[in-house]
Design a protein around this ligand. Structure first.
Ligand SMILES: C[S@@+](CC[C@H](N)C(=O)[O-])C[C@H]1O[C@@H](n2cnc3c(N)ncnc32)[C@H](O)[C@@H]1O
Length: 265
């Protein structure tokens, strides 16, 4: 039986991933990957960080639970002639042996765990003692989480008990989450990606089109006569939050790049 599709495979997440590649590059550089390092990219999506790690000589596994994104990741390695092991799996039960990674990466990935404690424990379990763990996560209150607040009026609620994803983007909350699992935070650095658009409505179209959990609700919202309201709310939000860049609008997407070390048990 094939693995089930998720909302991450609906819509055009690969377009968003192209814009987010600078964060993957920052994560891979922070991890200082050397040839032969065993690397796991958790919630790899279309494989941005995994590919960059493999280009640096890492022996890389990319794990994700969305089959459509994993297929795209596989196509990217095939056309680039790079080897990466693409593995379907849930980040809360990673299909990776204990202590088998020298580097664990997750770029806007592990932050979407429904159980943050289990996810943190999994990162620690697969990391060898001394391994580097590098995570990129949206900062609380920044554009992506704030957009989530706007959308929450229109979308089904997240699973009960799941914490806010941007907890992973707060350096104090992150240390509190990781340190009980032998992951000692060694550095946190702010990062920003600023995609540009010619108008707020173009930016709103982009944010909607690349968000599978929104696209998957489109038919219901149209039937309920709420789709145009969602678009207008997003346009107003973008007008408040965007930066002027000449004739363009820039969306400031702020993230935290956190590095941790797996200490011995
Ligand atoms: C925002 S995307 C980031 C993808 C990629 N790391 C990047 O930099 O473009 C979030 C990814 O997390 C994956 N994901 C979310 N929850 C997951 C889970 N429980 N197990 C595995 N993958 C998960 C999604 O399928 C998606 O590919």
């Amino acid at each position: 039986m094939s693995n089930p599709a998720t909302t991450w495979g609906v819509g055009d997440y690969p377009l968003m991933a192209q814009h987010l590649r600078p964060a993957a590059l920052a994560a891979v550089e922070a991890a200082a990957i050397s040839p032969g390092d065993r690397v796991v990219d958790v919630a790899t999506g279309t494989g941005n960080a995994a590919l960059l790690a493999a280009e640096r000589g890492g022996k890389v596994i990319g794990v994700d639970f969305e089959p459509a994104l994993l297929r795209l990741a596989e196509e990217r390695t095939r056309s680039a002639g790079i080897e990466v092991g693409w593995v379907w799996g849930d980040l809360e039960a990673l299909p990776v042996p204990d202590h088998s990674a020298d580097v664990v990466l997750s770029v806007f990935g592990v932050m979407y765990a429904s159980d943050h404690v289990i996810a943190a424990r999994e990162l620690a379990r697969i990391a060898a003692p001394g391994a580097r763990v590098v995570l990129a996560s949206w900062v609380p209150g920044s554009l992506m989480p704030a957009m989530g607040q706007i959308l929450s009026d229109y979308l089904p609620p997240p699973p009960a008990g799941s914490g806010p994803p941007s907890r992973w983007g707060d350096s104090v909350a992150l240390a509190t989450l990781l340190e009980p699992h032998q992951l000692r935070v060694t550095a946190t650095v702010p990062g920003r990606i600023t995609p540009r658009f010619s108008a707020a409505s173009d930016a709103a179209d982009f944010l909607i089109r690349t968000a599978g959990h929104v696209v998957s609700e489109q038919d219901r919202l149209i039937a309920d006569d709420r789709w145009d309201d969602l678009h207008q709310d997003l346009c107003r939000f973008i007008e408040q939050r965007a930066e002027r860049c000449g004739n363009d609008l820039g969306l400031p997407l702020d993230y935290l790049l956190a590095s941790a070390i797996r200490t011995p048990d």
